[in-house]
Write a protein that binds this ligand. Structure first.
Ligand SMILES: Nc1nc2c(ncn2[C@@H]2O[C@H](COP(=O)(O)OP(=O)(O)OP(=O)(O)O)[C@@H](O)[C@H]2O)c(=O)[nH]1
Ligand SMILES: [Mg+2]
Length: 219
């Protein structure tokens, strides 16, 4: 009887675990975001921004929400480290792409990398959230400006490339669909503004992720 009740209790209180990968160029603010999330949701606070160094490899963090655990994988954004990102694609349930909205000079490079993430076949069906970080800075582009900037970049790229003629129709359609339904949110990872709203988005979207029935504990 005890075992039956224990089993029932465990069943009723079990938490599903989902993996979220955080991608973006070096310096975009991914680790600052992860540490801020830890501070907001965990008893033990995350690192303060002055203790954060560029990521060589990965950082991880876990938060517990009602009936759900989110496991974050913050991956280094330096050019040489980006080549390992794809190893995390197969097992993730959501992707967060952080763009530095303050660094106008690197926006093009950011979109180039974002575009390759957006069109990676392994994650075409996985929720993708674009975060326009550093909204605390007066120089930063707003969410609206970031979206427009990406759409302009994409249009220019299409016009100047012949890729659209060689890309498979099906793939192109899914990609267009993804861009049209792309969610962009503004945050300040440094001050924590907008971070809870972004986590709420993830919490809701992973429940409906196509990979929900195919969960794993991460890469
Ligand atoms: N003003 C401002 N600065 C920020 C914000 N988020 C991060 N930064 C700063 O941006 C710099 C880079 O932050 P990181 O979190 O290390 O960036 P990262 O994306 O993890 O970089 P890599 O680990 O190299 O991929 C640091 O100086 C942060 O303090 C923000 O919201 N506002
Ligand atoms: Mg980092």
């Amino acid at each position: 009887m005890y075992h039956l009740l224990k089993g029932l209790h465990e069943y009723l209180t079990r938490k599903e675990e989902f993996s979220v990968i955080i991608l973006g160029l070096d310096g975009a603010g991914k680790t600052t975001l992860l540490e801020n999330i830890k501070t907001l949701y965990n008893d033990t606070p995350g690192l303060s921004p002055d203790k954060i160094a560029p990521t060589v490899g990965q950082n991880t963090g876990k938060i517990t929400l009602p009936s759900t655990i989110l496991q974050f994988w913050d991956l280094g954004g330096q050019r040489g480290i980006r080549s390992i990102w794809h190893r995390y694609y197969e097992d993730c349930h959501a992707v967060v792409f952080v763009i530095d909205a303050e660094d106008r000079e690197r926006l093009g490079e950011g979109w180039e990398v974002f575009d390759s993430v957006l069109s990676a076949p392994q994650i075409l069906g996985v929720p993708l959230l674009l975060l326009a970080n550093k909204q605390d800075s007066p120089q930063s582009l707003s969410v609206e400006e970031i979206r427009n900037n990406y759409e302009d970049w994409y249009r220019n790229k299409q016009e100047s490339s012949r890729r659209r003629y060689v890309e498979e129709d099906d793939h192109l359609d899914r990609r267009r669909e993804r861009i049209a339904s792309l969610d962009v949110m503004g945050i300040s990872a440094l001050e924590g503004t907008g971070v809870r709203a972004a986590v709420d988005w993830l919490f809701i979207r992973v429940q409906n992720s196509r990979r929900r029935d195919d969960k794993s504990n991460g890469p």
